[in-house]
Write a protein that binds this ligand. Structure first.
Ligand code: ATP
Ligand code: MG
Ligand code: FE
Length: 340
């Protein structure tokens, strides 16, 4: 079946077309430039941008896939988690398409979508797999027995998400928003061993994470340097900060695989686009005999194809469609791939 996926949980209007693990169309319209000067997403601005971008983005996705709206067999949409007003635009549009076409509607989980998208690049996800989900709002280790029906959380961040830490530290270093890409670039010019920042929850025997202490340590470093009248070594700080983040992420992900006897690790979400995370994960997985899957950067950040990919799984699993009264759920838990 041909699945149309619609994503509007944050500031990307994403529309994807997928058949099984085959990616046919993937169009994204982002309002990120409109939020940059505020240093974070402004919900009302994001909602309005989704409203304006929705129909043209659906049109572009259909055109690039070379299919017609009438060819679509089911519609999948992000029901949560995300911004209330932003989610509402996507869910309303999806209901309208479902109603107009007389096709089933599936309200799916954005976070599980971040993992499901890997299937479009590397084929069916082996079962079981461990997923490290690292995005702007979430940092979780998941035991995935089945994308559509069996997702279990092993651990979470207790404070900031990994992407949030990148965005906050970028601000401290006067780098633009969103902070992931500029820190990634700055770190390549810096020495990761010049400054050793603390590793939150290192070796604490859990699969939880903490990044707020790290952020505070960076802030103190910057303050001290400025107070002493020295130039802030932006590249070294970026490199030291990044090393702390990816060291803990990869260590705990590999530990989770070993403890649960799982041979496959998938890393996804916006922070999975990070070059150092990808390199260190590759090295540590090779050492531990773990098969690593990381989608290409374009598929790591928010898009509609990830929602269509999860929709395809849910349809294949024979789960019942959502009702046309489907509600958004701003805090939909990760262990519910399909919203009620
Ligand atoms: P969530 O999925 O939790 O709802 P989100 O959808 O806003 O949050 P994503 O779009 O998955 O998050 O990811 C955005 C985050 O990824 C931002 O915090 C951004 O800084 C980060 N990011 C993007 N590219 C990189 C990179 N190269 N290195 C590190 N972080 C990155
Ligand atoms: Mg975004
Ligand atoms: Fe996301």
């Amino acid at each position: 079946p041909l699945i149309l996926g619609i994503e509007t949980s944050c500031d990307e209007t994403g529309v994807g077309l997928v058949r099984g693990c085959e990616l046919l169309g993937d169009e994204v319209a982002s309002s990120v430039d409109q939020h940059a000067r505020f240093g974070g997403v402004v919900p009302e601005v994001a909602s309005r941008a989704h409203l304006e971008a929705m129909t043209p983005t659906v049109r572009r996705a259909l055109d690039s896939a070379g299919v017609k709206l009438a060819d679509v067999d089911a519609i999948a949409v992000t029901a949560g988690p995300g911004l209330a007003g932003a989610l509402l635009v996507g869910v309303s549009a999806a209901k309208a398409y479902a109603m107009a076409l007389g096709k089933p509607l599936y309200g799916v989980n954005h976070l599980v979508g971040h993992v499901a998208v890997d299937q479009l690049e590397h084929g069916p996800l082996p079962k079981p797999a461990i997923a490290l989900l690292v995005s702007g709002g979430h940092t979780s280790l998941l035991l995935m027995r089945d994308l559509a029906t069996d997702v279990q959380s092993l651990g979470d961040t207790v404070d900031d998400a990994a992407g949030e830490a990148y965005d906050k530290v970028a601000r401290l270093l006067n780098l633009p928003y969103p902070g992931g890409p500029p820190i990634d670039r700055a770190a390549r010019e810096g020495d990761a061993r010049a400054i050793r920042f603390p590793r939150g929850k290192w070796g604490d025997g859990t699969y939880d994470f903490s990044f707020s202490g790290l952020k505070t340590a960076v802030a103190r470093w910057v303050e001290d340097t400025v107070r002493d009248g020295r130039e802030v070594p932006v590249n070294d700080i970026a490199a030291g900060f990044q090393e702390s983040v990816v060291d803990v992420l990869t260590r705990k992900a590999v530990d989770a695989c070993l403890e649960h006897g799982v041979e496959h690790l998938v890393i996804s979400g916006g922070v999975a686009a990070n070059s150092r995370l990808r390199a260190l994960a590759e090295q540590r997985c090779a050492e531990a005999g773990i098969n690593l899957r990381v989608p290409r950067p374009r598929l790591c950040t928010d898009n509609g194809a990830m929602i269509a990919a999860l929709g395809a799984e849910v349809v294949a699993a024979g789960l019942p469609p959502s009702s046309l009264n489907l509600a958004t759920d701003t805090s939909l838990p990760v262990d519910r791939p399909l919203a009620a």
